[in-house]
Design a protein. Structure first.
Length: 268
């Protein structure tokens, strides 16, 4: 049994240990890995739910996620109430349990075989992912679906925005939500990329390393998955060979807009 915990607690935050302890109380044989996303970044959360969940991995997998900005209601909160808990079942059998907030379910909503609410309290603690949600996640992992509630309509879950930063990896490569299939350019086409106030020339490449040292490449990246209909999903990436694309653009935040200009359609 393998559990990926995706949350915005912060790198090295003891909150991950506290949540892990609660999960292991009900699932003592589980192996647990943790992944920290930026604060309140439902986009990064949703991106990694799909990247981990829709790609090959161990059998008997659970993705347990918590990124709950509590932005579904601007009014004062009663009893720390926040967005509700949900369950999704992916085509490969991976189970996903976590809060439905922002874009957390956007990347998987068209892939999931099941999308349902989970009937647990939406309040009761400031730290619901430790104090309220783990028993429900453990029940689902053990095929106890008695807590499942209404089916979710994917139409009410926002679509993935097609022009944002989804992630910045340890090398400074900027992973975007721009679908690779939406770009129709000849390799080595020159383009202009803007992120925030920073503008840079770039070269479209069909492979990141097919550019000279020091060149900013705009290319299909390493992230993506295969859809249920066997079609490939890949995301465009900004890669500065021999450098750091993130630093080139002034260290932008996840969710910032990426603007492309000078893109001419392929002729013929």
């Amino acid at each position: 049994m393998f559990i990926s915990v995706i949350a915005d607690y912060g790198i090295g935050d003891p909150a991950f240990v506290e949540v892990t302890q609660q999960l292991l109380m009900s699932l003592p044989q589980a192996q647990i890995q943790t992944l920290s996303v930026p604060p309140f970044s439902t986009l990064a959360t949703g991106f990694w739910i799909a990247q981990l969940g829709l790609n090959p991995g161990p059998d008997d997998r659970l993705i347990y996620h918590n990124c709950a900005p509590r932005q579904d209601d601007p009014e004062a909160r009663r009893d720390n109430e926040g967005e509700g808990l949900t369950y999704a079942l992916l085509p490969n059998g991976v189970k996903v349990v976590g809060v439905n907030a922002g874009y957390t379910l956007s990347f998987i909503k068209h892939h999931a075989k099941v999308l349902q609410t989970v009937n647990v309290s939406r309040g009761g603690s400031q730290f619901r992912s430790r104090d309220v949600f783990p028993p429900a996640a453990a029940a689902v992992m053990q095929n106890d679906f008695s807590l499942l509630g209404d089916h979710l309509n994917p139409d009410y879950i926002p679509e993935v925005p097609s022009d944002r930063i989804a992630w910045v990896d340890g090398y400074g490569n900027i992973k975007t939500t721009i679908p690779a299939h939406s770009i129709h350019l000849e390799p080595q086409s020159k383009i202009v990329i803007r992120i925030g106030d920073v503008v840079s020339d770039a070269v479209y490449s069909d492979g990141s390393f097919k550019v000279p040292e020091g060149t900013l490449a705009f290319a299909p990246g390493s992230s993506g998955w295969t859809s249920a209909d066997a079609s490939s999903v890949r995301w465009m990436e900004l890669f500065l060979r021999g450098g750091n694309a993130w630093e080139r653009f002034g260290k932008p935040r996840v969710n910032q807009t990426v603007t492309q200009t000078g893109l001419a359609p392929r002729q013929g």
